[in-house]
Write a new protein. Structure first.
Length: 84
């Protein structure tokens, strides 16, 4: 499983590219975990990801499992420290 911490627009673009790349691979098990600082940022990400799936003709049966997290402020700070 790949884990991505989304904190800004650059991270969001990276996460979308990664999700599209994983979705179109032939691997059977594809898993991605993403952590966002807010629900608003997560919604923007999902809207953009949906658009990119359409643009890149990602099939509906892509097999990609995406776990989305929105931690509390304390959890987000702890997670950021672990990734640094």
């Amino acid at each position: 499983m790949t884990h991505v911490l989304i904190e800004n627009e650059f991270d969001m673009e990276f996460g979308i590219k990664l999700a599209v790349a994983l979705a179109v691979t032939d691997k059977h098990f594809k898993s991605l975990e993403m952590t966002f600082p807010s629900e608003g940022m997560m919604k923007i990400f999902l809207n953009n990801l949906y658009s990119e799936f359409i643009v890149n003709s990602v099939p509906l049966s892509h097999g990609l499992e995406i776990k989305l997290n929105i931690p509390t402020d304390d959890e987000f700070d702890e997670e950021r420290e672990l990734l640094e």
